[in-house]
Design a protein around this ligand. Structure first.
Ligand SMILES: *Cc1c(COP(=O)(O)O)cnc(C)c1O
Length: 359
């Protein structure tokens, strides 16, 4: 019997996603950076992505990158989160390409690269409106003019990230900004930016509707690859496998209970004031999984008729009145996870990992 709570990881599905995405992007002249941070540095997931033919990997955590290096992955690796000054030494040692938006950091990387006699490549991030990382469009030319003069690093491209913080969606227009900037750099500074990294999973929407401006030659894809979904557009990507990582938890109590708590009510353990609809007496199941393991709002029960009512740190309460299956103590229920819930489950030390292959 496998332990619970556990994530069930379908490695073959992930490998197949890598293969399908790569083929699609190859035909359009787009290189994919396979973003593995959603798997929290899980080496078997990394392995599946590489086996699917995606050879450049990206992660936002240096810790995960070091883990990959120590396991022997000699792939090109991109650090996705802007470098901390305090980790420059390790970045130069372990990372091939970093994404950047600060001159101070670039200078520090350059000094260290010279010291370690390494070539370090950088991509300059542009903020096209999402308000996460990036140099503002109007400051870009001035910034890059200084950046390309720094000895010790090589500026190889520019990129943007949308759909992560501000919820700004990728469009033809805000993605084309990168190509205009690339052109301007060529004309004004006589410098060729080779890589134009157009975005993340959200940008696959443009790819699928043929709205991705021609000239975008790199995408950094994580969610689509691992879960086959695109949460910014609330869609499953139809040519990819989805639900490649699910969560299973075990039933520890089954009782008929009222649907509204009795007694004087205050706030719950998380400071919220829960609200209840009176549906009379219902059949309830308590599962041994909670907020320390997964993001409850990102879970969807796979068994028909199960409804998640709420959770505390360690208990998940479900209404199972409408299920057709007869459930017992010790039975397991499986849940779909959205990307946020998957991230939480993959990084929780309490959640076990179970790998399986359906193909
Ligand atoms: C996480 C991340 C990605 C991948 O995002 P997905 O939505 O998972 O595809 C791409 N670029 C950067 C900078 C990131 O931090």
């Amino acid at each position: 019997m496998n332990k619970t709570p556990r994530v069930n990881i379908n490695l073959d599905n992930i490998e197949q996603n890598a293969r399908v995405l790569k083929e699609k992007c190859d035909s359009l002249g787009i290189e994919i950076t396979g973003v593995v941070k959603g798997g929290a540095g899980d080496l078997r997931i990394v392995n599946s992505i590489v086996a699917g033919g995606i050879l450049t990997l990206g992660d936002s955590r240096l810790k995960n990158i070091i883990k990959m290096r120590e396991a022997g992955f000699d792939n090109k690796i991109v650090l996705l989160r802007l470098p901390r000054l305090s980790e420059v030494k390790k970045i130069i040692k372990y990372v091939d390409i970093s994404l950047n938006s600060e001159l101070v950091t670039l200078k520090s990387l350059a000094r260290e690269a010279i010291k370690q006699k390494k070539t370090h490549q950088v991509i300059i991030m542009v903020d096209v409106g999402d308000l996460r990382e990036g140099v503002l469009v109007n400051d870009f030319i001035k910034f890059i003019e200084k950046a390309i003069k720094i000895d010790g690093i090589k500026v190889i491209g520019l990129g943007t990230n949308v759909g992560c913080y501000g919820g700004v969606l990728p469009t033809f227009e805000n993605t084309e900004v990168l190509l205009d900037l690339k052109e301007e750099v060529k004309n004004k500074l006589n410098y060729k930016l080779k890589i134009v990294s157009g975005g993340n999973t959200a940008t696959t929407k443009l790819l699928d509707s043929n709205e991705l401006p021609q000239g975008i030659n790199n995408l950094r894809i994580g969610e689509g690859l691992i879960q086959g979904t695109d949460i910014t557009h609330q869609r499953e990507i139809d040519y990819l496998n989805s639900n490649n990582i699910t969560l299973t938890a075990e039933i520890i109590e089954l009782k008929e209970k009222q649907s509204v708590p009795s007694g004087k009510t205050g706030h719950d353990a998380f400071g919220n004031k829960p609200e209840f609809k009176d549906k009379g007496i219902r059949k309830k199941a308590i599962l041994a999984v909670g907020r320390q393991d997964v993001k409850i709002a990102g879970m969807t029960p796979l068994l028909k008729g199960v409804e998640i009512l709420g959770a505390s740190s360690d208990h998940l309460i479900c209404d199972i009145t409408d299920t057709e299956t007869k459930l017992q103590i010790g039975n397991e229920l499986e849940f779909k996870l959205n990307y946020g819930a998957m991230l939480k489950a993959m990084t929780s030390p309490y959640v076990d990992k179970h790998y399986f292959n359906l193909l």
